[in-house]
Design a protein around this ligand. Structure first.
Ligand code: GNR
Ligand code: NI
Length: 168
């Protein structure tokens, strides 16, 4: 197992549109394990392969406090969504920045699990937010895209300052 480096906004690689996974094999499962380890270490509630510079349609998630709700989503598809909610979102690729984003309240997702078996689940609340946030990553979108230009400019400056502070 290994901790993987996470790409930081505005890294252009975060704009890559991920390709479907063609084979669910041991190599992919090793990546899944590393992604969970990285997500829990941060800590975060979700991680898209895009964020670790692997441009495959793969997401790991766990919105629980006790590692009891692990989900692997391979080639996820949003099959239904309804309602709306506002959630203050954060992103491991955009540290220290939090923004309210309007998302669907409930989503139904079809995906493959870590054995390559298809399954479907319905999520609401924070878990639904997380699914939508992660699928955005797979499509090259980052939550800062939903900010007003002024707020986005402020966030960019904050991130640049943080990056400088980390260098010293
Ligand atoms: O850890 C995370 N927390 C979070 C909180 C509110 C809305 C979305 C998220 S996802 C984020 C992890 C991450 O960046 N996933 O891509
Ligand atoms: Ni994110």
């Amino acid at each position: 197992m290994a901790l993987l480096p996470i790409l930081r906004f505005p890294d252009p690689r975060l704009r890559t549109v991920a390709k479907p996974v063609e084979q669910v094999d041991d190599a992919l499962r090793a990546l899944i394990d590393d992604m969970f380890e990285t997500m829990y270490a941060e800590p975060g509630i979700g991680l898209a392969a895009t964020q670790v510079d692997r441009h495959l349609r793969l997401i790991v998630m766990d919105v629980s406090d006790d590692k009891s709700n692990k989900k692997v989503l391979i080639n996820p598809e949003l099959v239904a969504s309804s309602g709306s909610q506002l959630c203050k979102e954060g992103c491991l690729s955009v540290p220290t920045v939090f923004v309210e984003v309007k998302r669907a309240e409930t989503v139904t997702v079809r995906a493959l699990d870590r054995e390559g078996q298809p399954y479907e689940f319905t999520a609401s609340g924070l878990e639904a937010v997380c699914v939508q946030h992660e699928i955005d990553h797979l499509d090259g979108r980052v939550f800062v895209d939903y900010m007003t230009p002024l707020k986005r400019e402020m966030a960019m400056k904050k991130l640049a300052k943080l990056a400088r502070a980390e260098q010293d």
